[in-house]
Design a protein around this ligand. Structure first.
Ligand code: B12
Ligand code: SF4
Length: 455
């Protein structure tokens, strides 16, 4: 079947990211023999009219739309992306009568409300690689699903997790404009239950790993064929408690792969020999989801560690000379004036790391924070979460918190509140050829730099 698959993401903050989810769907459709035209609003660099003309030229029987982000989840610098996507859907309607099917991480958080807001026809909430094939098979028989939202009955089994389509032409754009980085997924799922987090909702609580050999083949191919200069492991948490990540690291070592890479970590201990192995593969930076800044607020967020673990993790990575950026949130459940003061002291004490500081928590469906927000009357009965709502502990006043953070954190050149202050500078350095997430430059680490040809 002729299908157009559109990556609707227009966000370039903190930098453009390769549409990995859409590319997994693309790979599944192509492997099943469908003729897929992949349109990427960022990478194609053409006007919406020109994109729609290409869409019409393909004469699709189905238009698939991948919606990664609905907003930027940042209370200090709110951005919402749905109006632009609704306009895109309206544009698609002017050039084709093909049904429009939506999917993606952002979409899956609130599928009914988003489908309605976008004015699209169908949606798949959750993993797309198998469900999209079932949808298309029905369509080929002239059938439509009985409900506009399709929810796969279960998360995919490990062998069924799809590979990405790294052959897409748009990879060049992300390597060029996204600091040389391309995302690779080694596993899905997170067994933890942090109060605000939607990852277990999106990926499930059971860890499901891809074959480490297939993961490393992807990496080899991205380096050899696509010029990837920096690798981003997109797993919810790279250092999972089952130690699945070690197999990937060992496979990289066995295949002599060395490339700068970054991933998300939880601050729980990693044995020294494993840290050394990771370093030997090129591990260049760690983004740590510390979130809480005191034991009280870590408990309030249901984080699976205490403040002492955050400091111990930092010390271990210092020993191995791996630059660290912590993400912190002030204002969550249990936050009081006293925990804010203590938390600021803790954050300032982590002086060998970059610290990105957020205030308030974007309330997402099916999370504990949604229940708390409803209990505390922050949300009216039946209120939709499509327009961002940020949770702030009722025991503090938002203006007081924001002023205090600005006052106390801004003298520290490695504390970024709000984090967008840093994101604004990244594009400039990426343009100059520096690669990677680049916050490590603030720590005095020199990131790899692309040698540009003179021609
Ligand atoms: C890794 C990650 C990042 C990394 C990306 C690094 C990189 N180089 O790729 C970093 C840290 C840079 C990042 C940044 C941001 N992120 Co982010 N990120 C993620 C994360 C953890 C994984 C994304 C991923 O690649 N998954 C792997 C792919 C394979 O899965 P997938 O995209 O979900 O695709 C599957 C399905 O969704 C579906 N599907 C996808 N497309 C389609 C299309 C169709 C038609 C169908 C049927 C199905 C389908 O099938 C796919 C295969 O199963 C998700 C959370 C999560 N666990 O999903 C958040 C997430 C996507 N990010 C989110 C956000 C908000 C952001 C930022 C805006 C944050 C900020 N303020 O900076 C930026 C935006 C960046 C940008 N330019 O777009 C939100 C989006 C939801 C929302 N509120 O809008 C998420 C969901 C996290 C959350 N808070 O809940 N992110
Ligand atoms: S915040 Fe991290 S550790 Fe906690 S549930 Fe989400 S992905 Fe898992």
């Amino acid at each position: 079947m002729k299908i157009v698959l559109i990556s609707a993401n227009q966000t370039t903050s903190p930098y453009p990211v390769f549409p990995l989810g859409a590319s997994v769907v693309s790979a599944a459709l192509k492997a099943a023999g469908h003729e897929v035209l992949f349109l990427d609003g960022l990478a194609d660099g053409v006007s919406q009219e020109a994109g729609l003309a290409r869409l019409r030229g393909h004469d699709p029987r189905l238009v698939c739309l991948s919606l990664r982000n609905i907003d930027n989840t940042s209370s200090a610098h709110e951005e919402c992306y749905l109006d632009a996507v609704a306009a895109l859907v309206a544009g698609v309607r002017t050039v084709t009568q093909a049904p429009i099917l939506v999917g993606g991480a952002g979409f899956s958080l609130m599928p009914e409300a988003i489908l309605k807001r976008l004015g699209a026809d169908y949606g798949i909430a959750g993993e797309g690689e198998r469900a999209v094939l079932e949808f298309v098979a029905r369509l080929e028989r002239g059938e439509f699903p009985p409900t506009s939202i399709v929810r796969p009955a279960a998360f995919l089994a490990e062998p069924d997790i799809g590979a990405a389509d790294y052959g897409l032409p748009c990879v060049d754009y992300y390597v060029e404009q996204g600091g040389g980085m391309v995302g690779v997924q080694t596993k899905r799922g997170c067994p933890h239950a942090c109060g605000y987090c939607s990852y277990p909702v999106l990926e499930g609580r059971a860890l499901r790993a891809r074959d480490p050999k297939a993961v490393v083949q992807d990496i080899e191919r991205l380096i050899g064929e696509r010029g990837m200069k920096y690798l981003y492991f997109v797993d919810a948490v790279f250092n999972d408690s089952q130690g699945l990540y070690r197999q990937v690291v060992e496979e990289m070592l066995a295949r002599r792969i060395r490339i700068p890479w970054v991933a998300f970590f939880k601050p729980t201990p990693i044995p020294d020999d494993v840290l050394a192995m990771m370093k030997a593969t090129g591990w260049a930076a760690a983004e740590v989801g510390s979130d809480g800044t005191t034991d009280e607020t870590l408990r309030g967020l249901h984080k699976p560690f205490a403040w002492a673990d955050v400091e111990a993790f930092q010390a271990a990575l210092n020993r191995h000379r791996v630059p660290v950026a912590h993400y912190f949130i002030f204002g969550g459940p249990g936050e009081t004036r006293a925990t804010v003061q203590a938390g600021i002291d803790h954050v300032l004490r982590l002086s060998s790391a970059v610290r990105f500081v957020y205030t308030g928590i974007r309330v997402l469906p099916e999370t504990d924070i949604e229940q708390i927000a409803r209990r505390e009357g922050l949300l009216a009965p039946g209120q939709s979460l499509l327009e961002p709502v940020y949770y702030f502990s009722p025991q503090i006043e938002r203006g007081w918190l924001e002023n205090l953070l600005r006052e106390k954190l801004s003298p520290d050149p490695l504390c970024f509140y709000p984090p967008e202050n840093f994101a604004l500078r990244i594009a400039e350095f990426h343009r100059k050829g520096f690669m990677g997430p680049l916050w490590e430059m603030a720590l005095g680490h020199r990131p790899p730099r692309r040698i540009r040809s003179r021609g």
